[in-house]
Design a protein around this ligand. Structure first.
Ligand code: PGA
Length: 256
């Protein structure tokens, strides 16, 4: 079985000192009581360099929450994939629903970013997910399929070795209302079909599918045993080291 991946998305929270303290607290807890998963955190841009330093030799990855699609140029306010590599980032979250819905990122923009991130040696966590209205209209599978196909269009088959798909229903993010195991399993099965159809059976079966949306210490154990859940993307509950690590440890049971 592939090692699960648990990523903390800190969003727009924390100045440098708070971010470094949180990173160090995670390292301490990980040493005391290991989680048998791959861990990563996604601090705000301004804390990427200092968190990367704080996590050196810890085995914990560092992800950015977004990036631009070109390496450099006249793009006021943007951060490029080259710059992310320069500060020691390993990964980048792309297509998060807050980027899609608040900042109007289209599928085509997400696709450009995915291609640029991979070209620059970053792993990609690609978020897909339907809104509540789309779910109610019975369009969940259609929306996920469209987001998946456009974002990954034109990539070589082996690109999937550097991509994780995170299913994040928009209505579950930051609401305290997680998707049910049945809902998650259904969408993850669809994503698995898309992965094997697009990248071949072997590579498509290996790749991890994460779930995100109100994952908390008290629902993580059930969600970790849900079919095809290969890890979590955690927002609010990743802002405290204890809750983040207790979520990550839910996979220990699963791996026994
Ligand atoms: P949440 O956020 O855990 O606070 O719902 C998840 C996410 O946005 O990735």
């Amino acid at each position: 079985m592939t090692t699960p991946l648990v990523v903390g998305n800190w969003k727009t929270n924390g100045c440098q000192s708070e971010s470094v303290n949180l990173a160090r607290a995670i390292v301490r807890l990980k040493r005391r009581c290991p989680a048998r998963v791959q861990l990563a955190v996604a601090p705000p841009f301004t804390a990427l360099a200092s968190v990367t330093r704080a996590l050196r030799r810890s085995g914990i990855g560092v992800a950015a929450q977004n990036c631009h699609w070109l390496e450099s140029g006249a793009f006021t306010g943007e951060v490029s994939p080259t710059m992310l590599r320069d500060v020691g980032c390993d990964m980048v979250i792309l297509g998060h629903s807050e980027r899609r819905h608040i900042f109007h990122e289209t599928d085509a923009v997400v696709a450009q970013k995915v291609e640029a991130a991979l070209r620059n040696g970053l792993r990609v966590i690609l978020c897909v997910g339907e809104t509540l209205a789309e779910r109610r209209q019975g369009r969940t599978a259609k929306v996920i399929t469209r987001q998946f196909r456009i974002a990954l269009k034109g990539l070589a088959k082996n690109a999937i070795d550097n991509i994780e798909i995170a299913y994040e229903p928009v209505w579950a993010i930051g609401t305290g209302q997680n998707a049910s195991p049945v809902q998650i399993a259904r969408v993850h099965r669809r994503i698995r079909q898309l992965l094997t159809g697009r990248f071949g059976k072997a590579a498509g079966s290996r790749s991890r599918i994460l779930y995100g949306g109100s994952v908390k210490p008290d629902n993580a154990a059930v969600l970790a045993t849900t079919g095809e859940v290969g890890g979590f993307l955690v927002g609010g509950a990743s802002l405290a080291a204890e809750s983040f690590m207790s979520i990550a440890r839910c996979f220990n049971q699963e791996l026994n």
